[in-house]
Write a protein that binds this ligand. Sequence first.
Ligand SMILES: [Zn+2]
Length: 380
Amino acid sequence: MTTPMRIELAEFEQDDPGARGEAHGELWRSQIHELCAIRGELLLRHDGFTSASQIDELAARHLPVLAAEAPALALELAGIARGAGVTLAQLVVLNHYTDLRELPAALRDEAVPIDRLRSDDPGGCTAVYLPGAARGPVLGQTWDTHGSAWPYVRLLRIRPRSGDEEVLCFTLTGCLGLMGVAASGLAITTNNLFTTDGRIGLLSSAVVRTLLVEPSAATARVRLARMPLGGGHNFMLADGRDFFGIECSARLQVLMQSGAGAAHLHTDHCFDPVLRQRERVPASSTSFRRMELATTLYVQQRPRDAAGLWALLASHEGHPRSLCSHGGEASGDAAASRTCGVMVMNLVGGEVLAGAGCAQANPPRQLGFTRWRGLEENIR
Ligand SMILES: [Zn+2]
C-alpha cells in the first residue's frame, strides 16, 4: 500500500462569508472542478436523470431555499463558486449529491428504483454515540460514499476574527460541511437514509453548518424540526449533556433516542416503523450488515474513549464489507461505496480525531479548539 495519508486542514478566519467562500474556492480550485465533474457524471450514469441540463435545472431550484433558510451560507457558497470558477448549480450537485439521488422519482412522480445503481453498495455511513466513556461522551462516524471521493476529503476550521465562533468540519473540497463540532460543545453526525419523499430542500451541507451555529443539542433539535430537508438522513446531535438521535425523511422527523446515558448506533436504514413505510433500502446496501457488525463489535470491544471508538469504526471484520468499508476495490468500480474518512469528536474538551481514506492505513490527525466553551474535563 501507499504511505499513510494525513488529512488536510484549511483554516478560514474571514468575517465575511463571501470572502471565506472565495478563499475556499481558490484554495481547492482544481479539486472542486474535478469533484463537480465526478459527481455530475455519477448522477447522470447511475441515478435515473435524463440529461445534464435536467440535473442543472433541479440543482438550481435549491438555491432560493438556501438563500431563504441560510443567507450567510448562500453567500459562502456563492463565494466558493466565484473562487473556484464553477457554476452554483455544479456546486449544489457537489454539496447535495446524496439527496439529489432521491429526487427524480419524487419529482417526476414515477418509480425509479434506487437499485438502478450499478455499484455493489449505494453508500452509507456508520455512526456511534458513546456515553460515559473514560473522558466523557464521544460521537463519531465513518463517512462512506463513492470511492472516487476520498482524495477530496478535507477538514475545515472556521474561526472568524470577530466574535468567539469556531467550527471544525469534516468535508469535501467545495462542500460547506458533512459533520462537525462547534466551540459551543455541540457535535453532529449524519447518515444517509433511503427514503422516498425527497423534495427540493435545504442543502444537506447547509443543514449541518446551520445546526452547528446553535448553542446546544437541545436548540439544534428544535432548529432541525423547522428545516425543509431535501432527503432522508439520520442525525445525532450531542453536546455532552444531551443526546438526540433523529431519523428524518424529507417530510417526517422521528426522535429515536433522547438522553445522553445510553449508547446509540446507526447505519442507513430506518428503525422507526412509520418511516420504514416511506423507505426503500437497496438490496445491495450493506446497512443491515454494518449495523450487526457495529453492535457485535461494540459489545466485544467496549470502547471507552475516542481512540477506542476510532478502533471500532476502523474495523476490517468482514472485509471488504466491513465498518471501514472497502467496497468496489476488488472490482475497480469507482462508483462503489467505501469509507472515505472517519471523524471522532470528544464532547468533553473538544479534541477531534479525523482522517481520510481507510481508517487503518491512515492514522487519525488530532485537532483541538482555541475557543472551546463546551464541557471541560476538569470541571465535570
Ligand atoms: Zn479500511
